[in-house]
Design a protein around this ligand. Sequence first.
Ligand SMILES: [Zn+2]
Length: 360
Amino acid sequence: MPIVPLHGHDALRARLADARARGALPQSLLLHGEGGIGKQRLALWLAQSILCEGDAPPCGACRQCRYTNELTHPDLIWAFPRPKLKDSDPSLDEVKLDLNQATQDRAKAGGLYSPPPGSEGIFVATTRLLVQMASVTPAMARRKVIVVGEADRMSPPLENAEAPAANAFLKLLEEPPADTNIILTSSAPGALLPTIRSRVVALRVAPLGVEAMRGWLQEPLVKEALDKAHLPGSLDERIRLAGGAPGRLLAAQESGAAAEIARKLLEVALSGDRSRLLRTALAQGSSGARGAFTDVLEALTVELHNRSRSAVTQSDERTARNAARAVSLVEESKVMAGGNVSPQLITASLLSELSRVLSS
Ligand SMILES: [Zn+2]
């Protein structure tokens, strides 16, 4: 299934298409601009134009376009922040597998994703992979394209052993192989290593205009994702909320989903039904979804604060006091979640404690 098509950025797209047609497209590019405005989506569109073998690239119909739109093109490498792999020195195959899986997850969601948590990054093992991929012959197209999203999160070499990979990447940016294009994106170009910034041609990407936002919001996959997260329903409200950055709505969608789970946990705790408590705890994601679990705990704190506040306005002191005590229980759970305790265990003990405190 193809990812959601690119909307907007018409002027920049025309410029890029023209440069490509004249053979004047810089091989190392940086797309920068506000977070969430679709820089990586634009980079993927440009990658498609570069790989396309149709008459008016990107034609959308040729084999290269189809594979690119499904994010399965072997000559397109899309790197973005990922959790650090447990292994201190993972092999290239391990890094590649992780990146492929993450890319396929994004593809399955139509190319819609919320921003990766701050703990994730583009570590030196990934840099090593990119350098290696740049050196091989294209598998299917005439060229290959490397897209690095949020390039400001590429970690600088932390030890001597990492320096060669970092230097090799700089050399790659400076003098890419003749059949390779590299497109970096960043919403914080000032945070890019100066050695990287000086080696790329920077292009500014503007936020989306109202018409482009409207078009994007009417894409069935987008509508489905945002409706499911109970984001404000009207098109105008969503356009206002996004402020030209579709990614902002996708980030809100994530916190909307966490809030929904938090409300459900609270409802179960208030019911005091022991078997329901246990079932709900078991349904909590496994340790793989640690970031999502932390979001749920965060949302639970917000719910409890709201509960306490509304109890105060109704002069219901007991409920207000219990909700405040419950907040400190959630805080303890957050500490545990940061350690190595499974979300199921934490949820089980938290729910039974919450149930006791809230009903006292
Ligand atoms: Zn094509």
